[in-house]
Design a protein around this ligand. Structure first.
Ligand code: PGA
Length: 243
């Protein structure tokens, strides 16, 4: 059984004053029996040095450096104190046109910088409603997950696009179907597939976390909105510890 992971994605939220939320969480979960990861905006990564939790970026460039104004390399994230980075989040795929090829290259850059990549995949509502979910997942897995993936350098987050920030959550059967499908596909490519952590993401809250964590092949969650406040994220961490 892989060690469980509660990951918070702050997206484009958070000023220095909000670091108190992380400190509060660290006090409450100093003895956590699960891994805890916070992905704050890049501006706050260095200020998180010394915090008990793992810290991650939310995106990285495919290159280690060069003429790419405004971009951040995986090496820079590592240098600032991060040990994880999210790649292929659906907001990056939608807002910045990131394709599976780009996501795979970013994930490779993360691995080369010594970061664990949290690679996100998931179908849109149209794809779900037209019955194409597993096909979309297969395409994204084949295209976004690099060959050098291991259980140490990669976490996969299944995030249905229609569930992100909407309060809508798939049924537990739907989550279970996709997670077991992902596990089976990974076993065709990676020797340590059973240990690759599979997170569910999309409107996870304290009130639904325990049910979601009881689903087979769910090894944790990638949480957006409910990770911003210690009072909201804390019950999710506790639910994961009790699962
Ligand atoms: P949400 O976002 O928890 O606010 O739905 C999840 C994510 O985008 O990772």
């Amino acid at each position: 059984m892989p060690r469980k992971l509660a990951a918070g994605n702050w997206k484009m939220n958070g000023l220095r004053a909000n670091l108190t939320e992380i400190h509060t969480l660290a006090e409450r979960h100093a003895e956590a029996s699960v891994d805890i990861l916070i992905c704050p905006p890049t501006t706050l990564i260095h200020a998180c040095n010394g915090v008990l939790f793992d810290i991650g970026g939310q995106d990285c460039h495919t290159e280690t450096g060069g003429a790419h104004t405004g971009d951040i390399s995986a090496q820079m994230l590592a240098d600032a104190g991060a040990n994880y980075v999210i790649t292929g989040h659906s907001e990056r795929r939608a807002d910045h046109g990131e394709t599976d090829v780009i996501v795979a290259a970013k994930s490779t850059a993360a691995h080369e910088a010594g970061l664990t990549a949290v690679i996100c995949i998931g179908e849109t509502l149209d794809e779900r409603e037209s019955g194409a979910t597993l096909e979309v997942i297969d395409t994204q897995l084949a295209g976004s997950i690099p060959d050098q993936t291991t259980a140490q350098n990669t976490v996969i987050a299944y995030e249905p696009v229609w569930a992100i920030g909407t309060g809508k959550v798939p049924t537990l059967d739907q989550i279970g179907e996709v997670h077991s499908h992902i596990r089976a596909r990974l076993s065709e490519r990676f020797a340590d597939s059973a240990d690759i952590r599979l997170l569910y993401g999309g409107s996870v809250k304290g009130s639904n976390a325990a049910d979601i964590f009881a689903v087979a092949n769910v090894d944790g969650a990638l949480v957006g909105g409910a990770s911003l406040k210690a009072d909201d994220f804390s019950p999710i961490i506790t639910a994961l510890e009790n699962s």
